[in-house]
Design a protein around this ligand. Structure first.
Ligand code: PBG
Length: 342
């Protein structure tokens, strides 16, 4: 029967009206395929070695916190229903060295922060910590630098020690963000050997060499450091972080990290990698996290500050899209705002 015969503009399906299910808020909510709740969020926090808070210029609303500020934030996370925080230390310039040795000091800033948070929130709030050398190196690279090259295996040895030190301090989940080859297996081995078999590994498995990390590097002061590195011939991280042109490679990276013992995997950045999140979740069916990185946060906040878009809605929509793509949880600087909105 043709459209003209039924007198309907709908042709063969005169009764189908998609708009019917969109008429009311309760109905839209009832048929929603995806949702965001506080339990889907991880809250990244910057900690510095001084009193009080200091705003991060390129990330309006985000501060570098003192240890007591992080403890407070962890308690807030608990009351908001946010399951975990991710800690990023801002290391004083005079503690940075070319070999980043302060990373393995059991008394360093991040270890003291972990202890303080654990003393307050115990096992109620998860503590996730990066394993990588960039906060500690004068050149800002995630690994050891020699003659213009980032050394892989030598770096992995230091990362093993860094992971053990973090686990000893009470970190729940170790998150290698360095992108050295073979680090997940090596870290698993080191943790187990030191009786930390209960400590999990969240592998930054598909981490791209992205322009969207700019504001984060400002927060850590590793931007200036990377400028120094430029003069040494390696001003970017393209020899270890992935080329944004690639997607099959991301699947292989994830496969290797899982094989080496990763408990959870991460895709980063998030909004430019929805296809990767989708593929990873579909292919492996393992806990998959996405990181809505500093640049994604900064873009939304900048436009919102100008009145060009509704920041809260834009942030929520982006996070919803990450969930729809397959992410089980999202690291986001918007975590407390979103949790309050859910
Ligand atoms: C360090 C690290 C980075 C981020 C998380 N861990 C920066 C980088 O790799 O240069 C970026 C997070 C963000 O931009 O929010 N290895």
């Amino acid at each position: 029967m043709s459209a003209s015969e039924t007198g309907s503009i709908f042709g063969r399906f005169p009764t189908t009206r998609f708009r019917r299910n969109r008429q009311h808020e309760w109905l839209r909510e009832m048929v929603a395929e995806t949702s965001v709740s506080p339990q889907d969020l991880v809250w990244p926090l910057f900690v510095h070695d001084k009193a009080g808070r200091e705003p991060v210029t390129a990330m309006p609303g985000v501060n570098r916190l003192a240890i007591d500020g992080v403890v407070q934030a962890a308690s807030e996370a608990k009351s908001l229903g946010i399951p975990a925080i991710a800690l990023f230390p801002v290391i004083d310039q005079e503690r940075k060295t070319a070999d980043g040795q302060h990373a393995v000091d059991p008394d360093n800033l991040v270890c003291r922060t972990i202890q303080a948070v654990r003393a307050e929130t115990g096992n109620d709030v998860g503590i996730i910590c990066d394993v990588a050398l960039d906060p500690y190196t004068t050149h800002g690279h995630d690994g050891l630098l020699e003659n213009g090259h980032i050394l892989n295996d030598e770096t992995v040895t230091v990362l093993q020690q860094q992971a053990v030190v973090l686990a000893q301090a009470g970190c729940h989940i170790i998150a290698p963000s360095d992108m050295m080859d073979g680090r997940v297996g090596a870290i698993r081995e080191a943790l187990d050997k030191n009786h930390h078999d209960e400590v999990g590994i969240l592998a930054y498995a598909a981490k791209y060499a992205s322009a969207y990390y700019g504001p984060f590097r400002d927060a850590l002061g590793s931007h200036a450091a990377l400028d120094t590195a430029k003069s040494l011939g390696v001003g970017d991280k393209k020899t270890y972080q992935m080329n944004p042109a690639n997607s099959d490679e991301a699947v292989r990276e994830v496969a290797f990290d899982l094989d080496e013992g990763a408990d959870l995997v991460m895709v980063k950045p998030a909004i430019t990698c929805l296809d990767i999140i989708y593929r990873v979740k579909k292919t492996f069916g393992v806990p998959t996290l996405a990181y809505q990185v500093s640049g994604e946060y900064a873009m939304i906040q900048a436009a919102a500050a100008n009145g060009w878009l509704d920041g809260q809605r834009a942030a929520f929509e982006a996070i919803l899209a990450m969930k729809r793509a397959g992410a089980d949880a999202i690291l986001t600087y918007f975590a407390p705002q979103i949790a309050r909105q859910c």
